[in-house]
Design a protein around this ligand. Sequence first.
Ligand code: PMP
Length: 306
Amino acid sequence: EEMDVDTIWKNGEFVDWEDATTHVLTHALHYGTGVFEGVRCYDTENGPAIFRWDEHLDRLFDSAKLYDLDIDHSREELTEATMDLLRRQDLESGYIRPIAYYGYHSLGVSPKDCPTDVAIAAWPWGTYLGEEALNEGVDVMVSSWRKHASSQIPTNVKTTGLYVNSMLAGEEARRNGYVEAIVLNKEGNVAEGPGENVFLVEDGEIYTTGRAQSILEGITRDTVITLARERGYTVHDEAVLSRGQLYTADELFFTGSAAEVTPIRSVDDTEIGAGTRGPVTEELQQAFFDLVERQTDEHDDWFTYL
Ligand code: PMP
């Protein structure tokens, strides 16, 4: 399936889709030494806008710092490139994928002297887990794979190599007839989804795991915590959640730039609450979509308008 993309920005210039290639001896291909982002552009009431671009750029540069990758382009240049990329392709909404990685020089594990390649692509993308998923919720399984601990491979930044764990967990779930996985950490407590954070609702209070549980603290997670607190909810954002608490929760949902706010209706074939989207999930999901569609004036500083 070819993506609906004709132009990609690479190392400072726009190139045709078929020319945006890399050498097979690229360091990152062998060792997973790339860093990337997943960002959405929404077609808002006030025109197309990139959601929380500054925070995504912060995380991209933090990821690069941790791996000593020298992104030789300023934030302004990357922002201009992204806006230009969206405009050139007439994209009013879609998904944006910036990536920086060690390119080819030599194939020692040390990336010394490898160039840093930087690219940005954008394409149209609807809901990640399907329209029905947003309304009815998804069926998930607890993966038999554990999340790597943050002492083994840093989980607070977004590295390409981390996603072999996500792929194993997600594919295990899909092979078994589920839509997505929930992954436990090394201690056996809830970590996150393969590409999502996990939220739990119990007795009207909201719980989500934090960085001490070896997760990526998502930007959507932060958005939903903020929206929930503004609506008067108590949010425990460093929660330690046992596997058992998943099954007895009143409500569960995923958050992520791709997944947005997706209810979870069952875990390992056990219905969560009434087995469909719960009321708190629905309220926060509505608040999220009102926000990103700019049906409200709140948090306008989270939007970079084209
Ligand atoms: N955890 C993991 C492992 C992820 O890949 C993602 C997606 N970036 C998230 C959480 C959610 O993060 P965000 O809301 O910033 O997309």
